[in-house]
Design a protein around this ligand. Structure first.
Ligand code: UDX
Length: 430
């Protein structure tokens, strides 16, 4: 099939490469000329394991190309996926201006019947609204069929998730749309669920809300474990073995970040409020997550009430390992508090380059973890990059001034670390 994808972010670029890999002819459209220029040269502008190779090979095979020209792109394609961003506004609501822009492009340039599929995470009712916008901008009678096909891929494992999804949700009121989409996904082994468009929209928010709830739930239990001196890892393991609960997403730590969970939780809360159905559980989920960095810094302050002029080294800036994405990363909430306390902050991350704003605030970036810890009074781990577990911790200890290690992701072997002479604290990890 010939597929146009509007919005070359994480989801759009990955989806495009995977559709091309599956034998379709894919064009990626974006208004950002820099992005398109890079992608046309076969250069991925973000870090995602395996995607660069797939992108290059599909471009070489002429299955994948990129453009900034909406007119030709829309006219040439009958199946259009929308994968533009829906970032949070100040009030927590999703900003739909990019969806509206995409609808405008489609409306303006549609020359015949089109299938328009929303993959972006959008609030309840947006897909229907988008259909109206397309018709508003259109000057001809050519019809559009719309559908909502939420994307569940995770950053860092985006390629594998897109190739092997847990489920394919197709929400539409149009039988023509469903027939075409089922044909598109016919070779997938994942279960296909067809629903109304609104149900598909809610499935995405409710899934992310539920996963966020698992994380905040375990983090709240971790605070209780801290109080009674019990290991949250034992508790999570014991809970996770119950197949109704399941082991994933029970890792206590600094809480969730990234481009999806914080934004989606806020949007769902805001929509539910405006519909007169406030979601009280999710409200607490958000609060626990928001306060988790302070909970961690307060642990540090119990051993060091005065952080002024202390050298604090922080490992990990990305919101999770295997990505260079720092959106809503809790590391920066921690750094902010350390800087406010007057600490001298040194950071290390294998993939993230610190922005000049942070350097201006006095934060120093080191590319070698052993250099970063030199003469440090305290060491804080904020992202569970696996390479931190493999460090030579004897060498780390020798290089540091102090011996205080706060593991915000409970990633190190506590007993081994303590044997090396470290003072060690995790989160709920007594
Ligand atoms: C998430 C959803 O998993 C995905 O289905 C959706 O499409 C987009 O949002 P992503 O943002 O890439 O994907 O990250 P994910 O791997 O889910 O992790 C989110 C955050 O939760 C990270 O900050 C991670 O550190 C944190 N997390 C995850 C925990 O704190 N504990 C856990 O047990 C799991």
């Amino acid at each position: 099939m010939k597929i146009l994808i509007i919005g070359m972010g994480y989801v759009g670029t990955t989806t495009g490469a995977v559709f091309a890999h599956q034998g379709h002819k894919v064009t990626g459209l974006d208004i950002d000329q820099m992005k398109i220029a890079l992608l046309n040269k076969g250069k991925l502008y973000f870090h995602e394991p395996g995607l660069q190779e797939m992108l290059s090979s599909q471009i070489k095979k002429n299955n994948l190309s990129f453009t900034c020209d909406p007119e030709t792109a829309v006219k040439d394609h009958d199946i259009i996926f929308i994968t533009v961003g829906t970032p949070s506004l100040e009030n927590g609501k999703a900003d739909l201006s990019y969806i509206r822009q995409a609808a405008e492009m489609i409306g303006r340039y549609k020359n015949k019947e089109k299938l328009v599929v929303v993959k972006s995470t959008v609030p309840i009712g947006t897909t229907d609204e988008m259909e109206k916008w397309i018709y508003e901008y259109s000057n001809n009678e050519a019809s559009v069929h719309t559908a909502m096909n939420p994307e569940f891929l995770r950053e860092g494992s985006a390629l594998n998730d897109a190739l092997h999804p847990s489920r394919i949700v197709l929400g539409s009121e149009s039988s023509e749309a469903l027939v075409k989409l089922k044909e598109l996904y016919k070779n997938s082994t994942a279960p296909i669920l067809t629903t109304s468009t609104k149900a598909a929209e809610i499935i995405k928010y409710a899934s992310n809300g539920f996963l966020a709830t698992k994380i905040s739930f375990i983090n709240e239990i971790a605070r209780l474990c801290d109080t009674v001196g019990v290991s949250i890892k034992d508790v999570a393991e014991g809970m996770g073995l119950d197949e109704r609960i399941g082991a994933p997403f029970l890792q206590a730590g600094l809480g969730y970040g990234g481009s999806c969970f914080p934004k989606d939780v806020k949007e769902l809360l805001s929509t539910a409020d405006s519909l007169g159905n406030p979601l009280s559980i999710l409200r607490e989920v958000e609060k626990i997550n928001r306060t988790q960095p302070s909970y961690f810094v307060n642990k540090v302050k119990r051993t060091h009430p005065l952080l002024k002029d202390k050298k604090v080294t922080l490992f990990g800036l990305s919101f999770k390992p295997h990505t260079d994405d720092i959106r809503e990363s809790v590391s920066f909430a921690v750094i902010n508090q350390l800087v406010a306390e007057g600490a001298k902050v040194y950071v290390h991350d294998p993939a993230v380059t610190l922005s000049t704003d942070w350097i201006r605030k006095g934060v120093t970036q080191c590319w070698d973890p052993y250099v970063a810890v030199k003469e440090a009074d305290l060491l804080l781990i904020c992202t569970d990059w696996p390479q931190y577990a493999d460090l030579n911790w004897v060498k780390v200890k020798e290089r540091m001034n102090g011996s205080y290690l706060f593991d915000g992701r409970n990633m190190l072997d506590k007993e081994k670390i303590k044997q090396l002479g470290f003072y060690y604290e995790g989160i709920g990890n007594a």
